[in-house]
Design a protein around this ligand. Structure first.
Ligand code: PLP
Length: 294
């Protein structure tokens, strides 16, 4: 298996990354997970934009254009024969001999591209829905950036797995002590009530690429949607709930704690279908012309 490191093709299992890398010592970095279907890395331009903007915000050097990332990613997919799987990009601030917290000009940035086999997901999940647990959001104030600082997300997801769930809905408390739900350990969620869809506004949560696509689909379908704070108690009365993420796509939720939901809800099913069609179009568009301008 091969990987790209700082633009150069390497053997993935050679000792490529130094132990002094700030990604390792400080979790000082960003990542993207991009779904590969039929050899096509989906919505790559959106993922590149998110990484680039966060790198700018955090002052991490990122010199690869969307075009360069696209070409290398496609080449790697072919080379590793990973026609259906995940593309993983990781960008860190680079090596730091002194393990000094402050940033310095010499930090050149480390950028890796890997292909990863698709994680195991029960295919029935899309038909039968998944169950979610509730877990406190123990994270920091930088959740609008896809940082590699994922310990709190791991705790939330691991808690879900221990209860045979798929993910946890994480909650914070507002100034009056009311619990509101932020997002899943690795997913965004949407609630449907009286044919209206609600999803949390971007307030210290990740601006998910799938979330963005689902919001666009709601608009084109004429489905009313609100981006706002969603309180935990609202899950008791929701008509439908679904998750959205690169790997989960649009996935129905059948249970959260003691609440059951119909997995064949009309809005969920419509959006699942529309999202699948969007993926089909993306594959068609990018496939014939692999190295076309993205
Ligand atoms: N929220 C969190 C915390 C995530 O980690 C992810 C994906 O891993 C998402 C939301 C979904 O984002 P995307 O649709 O860009 O995959």
């Amino acid at each position: 298996m091969y990987c790209y490191l700082n633009g150069k093709l390497k053997d993935k299992d050679a000792n490529n990354i130094r132990l002094e890398n700030r990604g390792f010592t400080f979790a000082d970095g960003l990542f993207e997970v991009i779904r590969i279907i039929d050899s096509v890395p989906l919505f790559l331009k959106d993922h590149h934009k998110r990484m680039k903007e966060s790198a700018q915000f955090l002052g991490i050097k990122f010199s690869f254009s969307a075009r360069e990332c696209y070409e290398r990613s496609v080449y790697l997919i072919e080379k590793n024969e990973m026609y259906d799987g995940e593309l993983y990009w990781q960008l860190t601030r680079g090596d730091d001999e002194f393990r000094e917290h402050g940033f310095r000009q010499e930090h050149t940035g480390t950028f890796a591209i890997l292909t990863i086999p698709l994680r195991h997901i029960n295919m029935n999940n899309w038909e039968q829905g998944v169950s979610l647990t509730i877990y406190p959001d123990l994270r920091h104030q930088l959740c609008e950036h896809k940082t590699v600082n994922l310990l709190a997300n791991c705790l939330a997801k691991n808690f879900a797995y221990e209860q045979k769930g798929y993910d946890s809905m994480m909650f914070r408390k507002d100034e009056r002590g009311r619990k509101y739900i932020t997002e899943g350990g690795s997913s965004t969620y949407f609630l449907v009530k009286d044919s209206k869809v609600a999803t949390p506004e971007i307030d210290n949560i990740l601006p998910g690429i799938t979330r963005k696509k689902v919001i666009e689909l709601c608009k084109s379908e004429g489905i009313e949607l609100e981006e706002r704070r969603v309180f935990l108690e609202e899950i008791d009365n929701a008509d439908e709930v679904f998750l959205a993420s690169t790997v989960s796509k649009v996935m129905p939720v059948r249970k959260i704690a003691n609440n059951d939901y119909p997995v064949k809800g009309v809005i969920t099913r419509t959006l699942m279908k529309r999202f699948a069609e969007l993926i089909e179009r993306e594959i068609e568009e990018k496939k014939g012309d692999r190295l076309a301008e993205v």
